[in-house]
Each structure stands twice: as C-alpha cells, then as structure tokens.
Design a protein. Structure first.
Length: 203
C-alpha cells in the first residue's frame, strides 16, 4: 500500500443529492453601500409683513397766537424834590462867619459850557464828600455901559448859574441857594446848600 491517503470520490447518489441542494441556494452578493444624496439646503423663509394701516386722519390742532406779554412799566422815578431857601439860622451863621463853608468854586474866566460842566462836577463831588454848604463865585458882571466887553461873560454866568442849579439833574444834590453875604462876594456869589447822601441822617 502506498503511504498517501487515497482521495475518495463521490458516489452517484451523493452527486445527485448535492446538485439538488445547491439548486435552491442563491449566492450571497455583497451589497454596495447606499449613498444618500445630501438634502438640498432649506430655502430661507421670507416673512411678508402686511403693510401698516394708513394713519388715521386727525384734525390739526387749532393754532392760537400767544398772548402778548404784559406791558413793562418803567421804573418809577422818585419825585424831584423842590428847592428850599436856606434856613434863617443857617443864613445868620454864614453871614457872621460862624458856619464854615466846606468848599469854593470860582467860575471866573470860563466860557458857559466850561463853567456848566465844572459846576456840575463840583456839586456832585461835594455831595459825595458829604459837604453841607459850598460857595459858587460867578462875578458881578458889567456895572456900566463901558464895562460890557470885559465883563460880558461874567454877567452871563451870574444869570445862568441859578438856572443850572434849578435843573432836574441837580435836584438830587442841591437843597437850595441864595446870594452870599458881602464878605463872601455879595450878588456875585451864591451859597449852595448840598443835600446829604441817603443814610447820612440829614435832608
């Protein structure tokens, strides 16, 4: 006997049986992986808003012109104090030299405009200083026909200075005035009493 194993052959009945079995068997086929197509991107949803309702027609407000402001009343100015003559006792004291004269202004040699401005400044300054009585020298003016040229301006000042002292802009500062005594200039000079400042305790 040989050493190799002898291959067995199938019998006719075995071949017939195998053929019968394999006839009803289908071979297993590998299925290809199913590839799914990507879903298409979702379309954006566009929200269509309904148009807003038309605004309701409202009647425009009635225009009324603003009321005019009340008239502004101008500030009331204090009444202009009247001029008063010098008291008799003060006049006597001035004539005797017992009442001192606080200051003197001499308008000799000044033109009318210069004299007026100098007098106004002098009186306002005297009021600020608290003076009581000042002396204003005007000059006596012309004494005769031959003196008209030399003393014409002094004669004008003698007439116009009292007028200036009576003007409204001088009333807050001047109480009154009178011709001076002879030793102070007589009719060519004036005693002028100055009003005290408010709160000064005098008139």
């Amino acid at each position: 006997m040989s050493g190799g194993r002898r291959k067995r052959t199938l019998t006719a009945d075995e071949v017939s049986l195998w053929s019968h079995v394999t006839r009803h068997i289908e071979p297993i086929r590998a299925k290809a992986p199913k590839i799914e197509a990507p879903a298409p991107p979702a379309e954006p949803v566009i929200e269509v808003k309904a148009p807003p309702p038309p605004p309701k027609f409202t009647k425009p407000p009635k225009f009324e012109a603003p009321a005019p402001p009340p008239p502004v009343k101008p500030p009331a100015h204090p009444p202009i104090p009247p001029l008063a003559p010098l008291e008799r006792r003060l006049r006597q004291r001035l004539s005797r030299g017992a009442q001192p004269i606080d200051s003197v202004i001499d308008l000799h040699g000044k033109r009318q405009d210069e004299a007026h401005e100098a007098l106004r400044r002098f009186i306002i300054g005297a009021h600020a200083m608290g003076y009581a009585v000042i002396l204003v020298v005007t000059g006596k003016g012309a004494s005769g026909p031959n003196d008209q040229g030399m003393f014409e301006e002094r004669g004008v000042l003698r007439r116009t200075v009292p007028h200036w002292l009576r003007m409204p802009d001088m009333r807050p500062y001047v109480i009154g005035f009178e011709p001076a005594a002879q030793h102070h200039g007589g009719s060519g000079a004036l005693y002028v009493r100055i009003r005290r400042k408010r709160g000064g305790g005098g008139s």
